[in-house]
Design a protein around this ligand. Structure first.
Ligand code: NAD
Length: 273
């Protein structure tokens, strides 16, 4: 028996990185997964989900477009009769400091990372409220970042990215508060450095190189995570195993944000003394 048997879950940004891992792991656990990504990544998404175990529907969804959300939710409910979960994973990143950021940069990042998450919750919550004979039930996982928790998130920093993820954290708490009476749970997942295409785009070629950048700031080897480290969190949050959890931040960062060492120190070197 799978941990997600009978669950119907929509995932955004499912063609790559963390989102793809979530699609794969949730389908393996028995969920009916509606895997989505932007139109230009649809062929890639279809190709990547084809060999996977389980039931996966691939379709296009740009998270910044309300009409796309409306269509995907409608198609999902028409196909499966109900909707249990949403993994709001799609995200976009630029590395630009507060002074370097243009209005266009700001709008683009906020549009995908903050508005996209709000539009997603707005689209799925009314369907989740209908579950269990109108009593309601559902689970939403919003992908934030340690960037929402830490000022010194990255060397060059990114004011728009940090602000957008702070908005995600706040929206999660808001939605968790207001929809708990419909048994709809809303939680954040706050990843630390996870090696994916987003990281390659920012100029870091391998997980080892990413780890090397963070050694001394992160205590747990290999100092950078992989997509499945977050994919498994989606499985947990979409399952009934997390039924008493809402409004929380699930921080998965190798200990970075709880680290009290100064950057030059490394736990393993200190323990040798
Ligand atoms: N990789 C990390 O170190 C890290 C750390 C913290 C948080 N995150 C967050 O995790 C999530 C996934 O990141 P990733 O590293 O897998 O990135 P990635 O770039 O590998 O994948 C992101 C996916 O989102 C999709 N996407 C972008 N804009 C979209 C839009 N408007 N509509 C629909 N889909 C869109 C892309 O097409 C892509 O498939 C993001 O929200 C990101 O901010 C990543």
């Amino acid at each position: 028996m799978g941990r997600l048997d009978g669950k119907v879950v929509i995932v955004t940004g499912g063609a790559k990185g963390i989102g793809f891992s979530g699609v794969e792991l949730m389908a393996k656990e028995g969920a009916k997964v509606v895997a989505t990504d932007r139109e230009h990544n649809l062929a890639l998404l279809q190709e990547k989900v084809a060999p996977l175990a389980g039931e996966i529907t691939a379709t296009s969804l740009d998270v910044t477009k309300a009409a796309d959300w409306e269509r995907v939710v409608k198609e999902t409910v028409a196909k499966y009769g109900h909707l249990d979960g949403l993994v709001n994973n799609a995200g976009s990143h630029i590395t630009k400091s507060l002074l370097e950021t243009s209005e266009d940069d700001w709008d683009k990042i906020m549009d995908v990372n903050a508005k996209g998450v709000w539009l997603g919750m707005r689209a799925v919550i009314p369907e989740m409220m209908k579950n269990d004979g109108g009593k309601g039930r559902g689970s939403i996982a919003n992908t934030s970042s340690v960037a929402a928790l830490m000022g010194g998130y990255a060397d060059a920093g990114s004011v728009s990215y940090s602000a957008s993820k702070g908005a995600v954290d706040a929206m999660t708490r808001h939605a968790a508060q207001w929809y708990a009476k419909y048994n709809i749970r809303v939680n954040n997942v706050n990843p630390g450095p996870i090696f994916t295409g987003m990281v390659v785009k920012s100029g870091v070629p391998t997980q080892a190189a990413m780890g090397a950048l963070h050694k001394g700031r992160i205590n747990l080897p290999p100092y950078a995570g992989e997509a499945a480290d977050i994919g498994y969190a989606f499985v947990y949050l979409m399952s009934e195993e997390s039924k008493f959890m809402t409004g929380a931040d699930l921080v998965i960062d190798g200990g970075w944000s709880s680290n009290s060492f100064v950057p030059e120190q490394n736990m393993h070197e200190i323990l040798k003394d």
